[in-house]
Every structure is written in C-alpha cells, then in structure tokens.
Write a protein that binds this ligand. Structure first.
Ligand code: ATP
Ligand code: MG
Length: 585
C-alpha cells in the first residue's frame, strides 16, 4: 500500500500548540496525528488513527492468546445497571449523565463492570460455563476534573477492559496471572519502559491489585523502587518500616519549655539546637489536624459530621494527602480550616500536640515510626510553648497508627532489601482481583456442581489504548519529532524524493511500488514543489522508523537509508534497497 504525501490529509505545524506542556502532546499535534475538538476530547487524524489501530491490534492479539473473547457494549447506558451497584451516585461528577427525550436517565460508560456481570448473568447459569474471560476495546467517558496533556488524560478515551469470571479464588488468581503476563508481553512488544507496582499495601493478599506505570518525568503518579530488589509500589501502597519498640524506663521526664516564635519545624529545631539539644527535624513531632468525612448518612438521612483527627508524623516529613486518603478510604479528608481552629480554641495553631487533642476527645493517629519508647519535641497546646521528651507509650498513646507520612528517597524498602528511590510514572494498565462485589450486587448466581447457589468471583483489567499512544510518543521522541517503533508506526517506511531529475523520480516511484509489493506500508513524499529540506524535517517530525531518500546519490546508483531510531544514515545500492529494507522491517 502506498500513501502519497501530496494527497494525505495532513498539515504539520511549525509551532507548538499554546495549550501543550508535555512533549507527546506538542508532537502529536504538530505532526498532525490529533486535533483538539473540546477540552479533553480529540479527533484522530489519519496518521494518528493508524497508530491507535495498531496499538489496539497488539493488545487484541495478546488478549486472544489468553483465551479472552471480544465483545462490545454500548457507550450509552441506561441508569438501572449503575443504580444497582450504587455507582450512579458514587461516581460523582466524573460521570456524564444525560436524559433521553422521554426523560429517562442515561450515562456514558466510564467503565463497564456492571455490564459485563449482567451479560454473564443473562447468558450463563451453570458452573460448567466457567471460567470465562471477556473483553472489549471501547470508548469511555469520564468528566475528568483536569483533562491534561492531549490524549494522555482525556474525557473521551479508548480503553481495553477485560473481566474474568471464576468459581473460586484459585481460578481468579490464574486469570489474574494470565493478564499480568499478557500485559508484560504487550508493553514489551511496544518497547515501553515500565514498572509493575503493587497498588494495595498487601492487606488483601499481596497481588490483589497492581498497576503498570510507564516511567516518565511527566507522569502524575509517584512510585517507589528498591535499589536492591524487584520491589516497586505506588506511594499509596508503601508500608513504613517501623523501628522496634523501646523501653521507657530510663527516659528523662517530659518538660514544657517556652519557645517563642517557633511555629514552624525549622524554627523549633533552631530553638532546640540553641538550647544545646542534639536534635534535627526528625526528632520533632508534627501534629496535623484534618477533618475526616465518613460517606453515607445517619438514621435520619443526614450526612455524618466531619470528625477532627490529629495526624502525627516525624517533623522532617510532610503529610502526603494521597497516602492519607488511601489509608482512610472510603472516607474523604481535608485539612482543618481557619474556621475549625477558631471554633476549637484548644487547637493552638503552631503548638498543637497529641495530649491536647486527646484531652479534648480528638482521635490521634500516628505514623508507624512513632512507636512506644520514642521521645519527641512537640507542641504543648499553649501559645509559644513546646514539650521536650514526650515519650510514646508513657506520656501519650496514639489511638491508632496510619500510613500518612510522605515517602522519602532513601527510606528502607518494605521487603527489607535496599532503600527506596522515587520515580514518576503514567498509569497504562491496572489489574485487579475484584472478588464478588459486583457479581453480588448484580445478583449473578449460578448452580455449582452440587446444585447449590454460587456466586462467581470477578477480576477487572483495564489498559489505556489512547493513553498508550501518548505514552509511546512521550518515551520515544527527540527534539526533531516522533520516533515510532515498527510495531505501531503509521507506515513501515517513508520514501522521500530529493532530486529533480526525471529518472530519479521514476526510480523513486518504482522503489515505492516495489516496497509496497513486498508487503510494506509505504508513505511516499513525492510532493513536487516542496524543498528537500522541508521534506526531511517532516520525515523527522512524523517519525517513521525508516526513511529512504532518493537524492543526489541516485546518479551513482545509491539511495540513503535513515534509521529514525538510531539516527544512523547509510548509503545502499538502489538495486538492493527493497531487499535491505524488507529485511529490516
Ligand atoms: P488514573 O489514575 O490515571 O485516572 P484510573 O485509575 O482512573 O487512572 P482505571 O479506571 O483503572 O484508571 O482505567 C484503566 C486504564 O485506563 C488506566 O490504567 C489508564 O491507562 C486508562 N485511563 C484512565 N483514565 C483515562 C483518561 N482520562 N484518559 C486516558 N486514559 C485513561
Ligand atoms: Mg481516573
């Protein structure tokens, strides 16, 4: 197949679009792969669509290889299904809700657990029908709060979502592992650099949920990796390595000191050092007051009152709100406001300590490092006063422990091997052992081998198809443009005429035809009035893996072969060009 640049529906842009911040967004727009239609909503132009379809095909092959069967649900869905599981409301503002002409409620599907569970319920009734893996490639809709970076985080995007249904946990584990391996094959085939991160802290059995993160400085997710083992995890899932408890017997008594102007940890440490104490920020205890809002309502249908809660972390760390939220889920949490401080005079800003909170009935949750026998400098609940030598387990006892402190580079790895490094990534896939939450809600019951009612267990596995296109552009580009690997490049080879000579033009035509006859997808730049310089620039911007230039050397029987990935340029005989290029591709 030959596609001619003279008729290809394409306009490349010289300048970066004003709204683009990350390289993939800039380049995909400049190279004419995508165009913005609305915030977070994009049109796929011919070149972009070719990449998208190829990514889809790589994913499809691996899904088929693990026995997945493809189907396709509508994107426009009636409210009932999501009402049954409570998600019509729970999904909040991210759900696109709409009405038909009769006033019936509909939504645009953000994810399809309900639909898959329902279709299995309607078609299957016996344990003999299981296991089954179903999947679709489908356009999802989420009214993201912050659509970002072109198709990286869209409000309309294509996801491959699959779901496994098994009678028992071993079956689920097997389906999960099959998906895990398929994802590895897919991302390896696409040449993506990624890490597999545990997404849960292991309370549910370790591998209950893992995220595949493409390593990228522009990523929104932070994850950790061990310097000495395979351990990798989402920061939300990192479990703090707690020191051993210590004996409190010989520790000096806690003493309250006047500490003028020491509302910050920095100032407090300066004061302590000026008093001759050998301490750093790590020896101080930061006491952050938050409000925790439990979901749901009381018997009278009123939302619960938000509960003040004190979070204790060593002073050299911030409270990481994402980690805190993950620990308190499904409750939501926010920092106490000026108003809360004003309403509760026992909260002395800059001087809050655990004892004052507990004396006023406020729950105090501590970082795991605040073990029994540790001594701290912390607020004394009075203006300009701190207490030194406040010992956990002797002078106060936390109401519980919580993962809320930020993870720092160099922290010990939870698996005991090495220390942690912090990296940024983009979530490209998520595999999840759901269990029976949705099958129960949908009442998907079947008869087991004893003729008894049984509920299948479910796994859910998402993979961002449109996001992958952006991720590949993000990881595979240089200053001049995109650099696609052969697996997904819109065309295998880009033939450029850079010679006015008629014979050379004819030879280029023949070369393009021969490459096409050999089964390659050829992009042919035969634009008559465009200078070689512009053509070369375009070839770099568009990013096909191989570019063949029929130029000046043609008089000597050679053409130039450019490898876009390595930047290598070699002269090869015109006569053997087809053979050479087919071999490479
Ligand atoms: P994120 O944390 O990035 O919002 P998510 O946890 O909401 O992702 P899932 O619901 O697990 O994502 O969806 C499965 C996959 O779909 C994700 O791993 C990601 O690759 C892709 N995806 C999710 N939201 C978007 C979006 N707004 N635009 C493009 N791709 C997305
Ligand atoms: Mg999301």
């Amino acid at each position: 197949m030959i596609t001619r640049m003279s008729s290809l529906f394409l306009r490349t842009l010289r300048d970066d679009p004003a709204d683009a911040e990350v390289p993939s967004h800039k380049l995909l727009v400049r190279a004419g792969y995508i165009r913005r239609a609305a915030p977070g909503v994009y049109t796929w132009l011919p070149l972009g669509l070719r990449v998208l379809r190829k990514v889809e095909e790589v994913v499809r092959q691996e899904m088929d290889a693990i026995g997945g069967q493809e189907l396709l649900f509508p994107a426009l869905l009636p409210r009932e299904y999501y009402e049954t599981t409570g998600r019509w409301d729970e999904y909040g503002q991210a759900l696109f809700r709409l009405k038909d002409r009769k006033g019936a409620d509909y939504l645009l599907g953000p994810t399809h657990e309900e639909m898959f569970a329902s279709v299995v319920k309607s078609e299957y009734s016996s344990y003999k029908d299981f296991p089954v893996i179903l999947y679709q490639m489908q356009t999802k809709y989420r009214d993201e709060e912050r659509p970002r970076a072109g198709v990286l985080r869209g409000r309309e995007f294509v996801m491959k979502d699959s779901y496994s249904f098994n009678m028992d946990d071993e079956g689920l584990e097997k389906a999960y592992q099959l998906h895990r391996q398929a994802y590895q094959k897919i991302f390896d085939a696409l040449g993506i650099t990624y890490a597999i991160c545990s997404a849960t802290s292991g309370a549910m059995g370790g591998s209950a949920s893992e995220e595949f993160l493409a390593v990228s400085p522009t990523g929104e997710d932070t994850f950790v990796r061990s310097t000495e083992s395979e351990y990798a995890a989402n920061v939300e899932a990192v479990k703090t390595v707690a020191p051993a408890e210590r004996d409190t017997a010989d520790l000096p008594e806690a003493k309250v000191h006047d500490t003028p102007e020491s509302e910050t940890i920095e100032a407090l440490v300066r004061w302590a050092q000026s008093e001759g104490l050998d301490v750093t920020a790590e020896d101080t205890l930061k006491c952050i007051v938050v409000k925790v809002q439990e979901p749901g309502t009381d018997e009278e249908g009123r939302a619960f009152e938000p509960q003040l809660t004190g979070i204790l972390v060593p002073g050299n760390r911030e409270v990481d709100m994402k980690r805190l939220e993950a620990s308190l889920e499904p409750a939501s949490v926010e920092l106490a406001s000026e108003e809360d401080f004003a309403k509760n005079p026992f909260l002395v800003k800059g001087y809050v300590g655990p004892r004052g909170l507990q004396a006023n009935g406020v729950r105090v949750l501590a970082d795991p490092r605040v073990v029994t026998g540790t001594a701290w400098i912390t607020g004394a609940d009075e203006k300009q006063k701190h207490v030194v030598g406040l010992v956990t387990g002797r002078d106060f006892t936390p109401d519980g422990y919580i993962e809320a402190a930020e993870v720092l580079e160099g922290d010990p790895s939870p698996d005991g091997k090495g220390t942690l490094t912090l990296e940024r990534g983009i979530e490209i896939g998520h595999i999840f052992q759901l269990g029976r939450k949705y099958t129960e809600a949908i009442d998907l019951h079947i008869l087991d081998e004893h003729g008894k009612r049984a509920i299948p267990t479910m796994g859910s596995y998402g993979l961002g198809i449109t996001r992958l296109v952006a991720v590949m552009a993000e990881q595979m580009h240089d200053d001049a443009g995109l650099r696609w690997p052969t697996t997904v490049a819109p065309f295998n080879v880009h033939v450029v005429i850079a010679n006015k000579d008629e014979a050379a033009n004819r030879a280029a035509e023949e070369l393009a035809q021969a490459l096409s006859d050999a089964g390659l997808e050829v992009l042919f730049d035969e634009r008559p009035k465009v200078s070689p310089g512009v053509k070369f620039k375009d070839s770099e911007l568009l990013g096909m893996p191989y570019v063949v230039v029929v130029g000046r050397g043609f008089a000597d029987g050679v053409v130039e072969l450019r490898n876009r990935l390595t930047g290598e340029k070699t002269e090869i005989p015109y006569e053997s060009a087809v053979e050479e290029i087919t071999r490479l591709v």
